[in-house]
Design a protein. Structure first.
Ligand SMILES: [Zn+2]
Length: 263
């Protein structure tokens, strides 16, 4: 028996959602009832029970639905569903952006087995691009270093983060980014957790690091303000749906456990 087909519908990089704001995944019957004019359609992932597709259409009013961006779903829907929606959007963007070979300019063709495209002329493979990044919470005893980023639209204080450069290990990136952004030296870098971050295609590797030396001097291009905060008196921080929120929560729990063991 064929597995169930399920559809994410995308227009202008926005996802079809219910009027209550929840991401909608249409089953085959619902999909065909809407009678949408399909521009592009790609397989996202398949298992023995389900086969997910992403379908691009022109932006249009669909009664009973609304269009929302993926960010609106962060912490609003389950993590697995959020990751799947992120994969759907990234799959669509990747197909659109890799129709031609970057070396010779000829059209690419699908890889026979992998999620990849091939230029048969150059014998080159193109796999979906993922950008590895580090995100780090620098700590000093009961205090952690939080920063307000220039790109953030809200008054929210978060960890430091940056892209891993060619030839760097993630730990080297942690040391470099912290120095560049706040002029502080760190060591004892410990990996905590990771998170795919589909805005647009990062893989965040999360670390804690110990402060060693230096006074905070912020790089104004990336950081508006940065300061040390006691784990009991934190400012507005990111939600637990983000890896930044998880790193901060890990630190707070570690300090609280230490206080209890001292008592
Ligand atoms: Zn080529």
């Amino acid at each position: 028996m064929l597995n169930n087909k399920l559809y994410f519908i995308v227009a202008n990089d926005q996802l079809l959602c219910s009027t209550s704001g929840h991401l909608i995944v249409l089953n085959e019957n619902e999909f065909y009832c809407l009678n949408l004019h399909i521009i592009l359609q790609y397989s996202v992932v398949a298992n023995k029970d389900e086969q997910y597709w992403v379908v691009a259409i022109n932006s249009q009013e669909i009664p009973g639905y609304q269009w929302l961006n993926l960010r609106s779903q962060l912490g609003f829907i389950s993590d697995p569903k959020f990751q799947l929606a992120g994969r759907a959007l990234q799959t669509l963007r990747w197909h659109i952006d890799h129709q031609y070979c970057g070396r010779c300019g000829k059209p690419t063709v699908p890889h026979p087995r992998d999620l990849a495209k091939i230029c048969t002329h150059c014998a080159l493979d193109f796999y979906p691009r993922i950008s590895p990044c580090i995100i780090v919470l620098v700590t000093q005893g009961d205090y952690c270093l939080l920063a307000r980023h220039t790109k953030s639209h809200q008054e929210i204080f978060s960890c430091l983060a940056g892209f891993i450069e060619i030839g760097e290990s993630p730990e080297q990136t942690v040391v470099r980014e912290v120095m560049e952004e706040v002029s502080v030296n760190v060591d004892n870098i410990r990996y905590i957790a990771s998170q795919p971050w589909p805005f647009p295609g990062q893989l965040m590797l999360g670390y804690l690091a110990d402060y060693v030396s230096g006074d905070i001097i912020v790089d104004r291009n990336e950081i508006l303000a940065a300061a040390w905060y006691h784990y009991n008196q934190l400012p507005n921080v990111p939600s637990l749906a983000t890896i930044s929120g998880c790193l901060i929560n890990t630190f707070v729990q570690q300090r609280q456990a230490l206080q209890i063991s001292i008592k």
